[in-house]
Write a protein that binds this ligand. Structure first.
Ligand code: CA
Length: 280
């Protein structure tokens, strides 16, 4: 491999990927492509992939591969590496890993599932907690096992914090949108979600809730300081069997929550659920 000097930056690097057209660079700080993305850019345009840009330029509008000058990002921006230079808000989702304190942004994926109104999707697995904010309306965001904070921007959204203690911040609904908060304890995980901005036509679905078996108890002013509220504790396997899912409705009293929220149980494809709808 040959060592070259890039005229625009003066940085010494090793251009080590002849023929793979990943455009990656080795020897630049913290960056190399993951094969076979073919979207990486370095300090030179890449023939053939049409994603490349010249030194100092940014991506053309519309391709949303945003990457800046001398520092390539792994892959095509599916999770920026520490030190990546995406401006917050430039992509569909802004992300901070609360375990490693690294931040970046991501375009997620176009939502192709069955829920009407959803447009973009971003999800992850694993134990690191993440703080994820949507920069676009109408998103499906689903978290991993860690303690996550997920915030919608507008439109209709589905927010699922996964296992752990999660903050789910819905949109304000000023645009007529509504949000659904998924709590899933079908696989034995324990969940405590704090739901913020719960308003008319929002809903909470607790997956795994079995009519006639699962039990619900309420406590007032529960949860974390600053976000306390009516909290519903659900024991999926019945009263006294242990709490599987708790949902704190931040800012609401138990009386308010119970007077505004209607509940129904059901089953879809063998998946039992409790559906709680804010009637306004
Ligand atoms: Ca989580």
């Amino acid at each position: 491999m040959a060592t070259t000097t890039t005229a625009s930056t003066g940085a010494t690097r090793t251009h080590a990927e002849p023929g793979d057209d990943n455009g990656g660079i080795v020897g630049a700080p913290g960056a190399d492509d993951t094969a076979p993305d073919d979207h990486g850019i370095a300090m030179q345009a890449e023939p053939g992939d049409d994603k490349g840009v010249a030194p100092g330029a940014d991506d053309p509008a519309g391709d949303n591969r945003g990457v800046a000058t001398a520092q390539a990002e792994p892959g095509d921006d599916k999770g920026a590496a520490p030190g990546a230079d995406d401006p917050a808000g430039h992509h569909h989702f802004s992300i901070t890993n609360t375990s490693t304190h690294s931040s970046g942004s991501d375009d997620g994926a176009v939502y192709t599932g069955p829920v009407t109104g959803l447009q973009q999707e971003y999800g992850w697995t694993g134990h690191d907690g993440r703080a994820v904010s949507a920069n676009v309306p109408s998103a499906f965001i689903h978290g991993g096992d860690g303690d996550d904070a997920i915030a919608a921007q507008g439109g209709d959204n589905v927010l699922d914090g996964g296992a752990g203690s999660n903050f789910l911040v819905g949109a304000h609904g000023d645009d007529g949108g509504h949000d659904v908060f998924f709590v899933d304890v079908r696989n034995g995980q324990t969940v405590w979600d704090t739901v913020v901005n719960f308003h008319a036509n929002d809903a909470v679905t607790i997956w795994g809730f079995q009519a006639g078996v699962s039990a619900v108890t309420w406590t007032d002013n529960d949860g974390v300081d600053g976000f306390r509220g009516a909290t519903m504790h659900t024991e999926i396997h019945g009263l006294g069997m242990g709490v599987d899912a708790s949902v704190t409705f931040a800012g609401l009293s138990v009386a308010e929550a119970q007077s505004r929220v209607s509940s129904a149980t059901g089953s879809i494809g063998g998946n039992d659920y409790l559906y709680m709808h804010h009637d306004g």
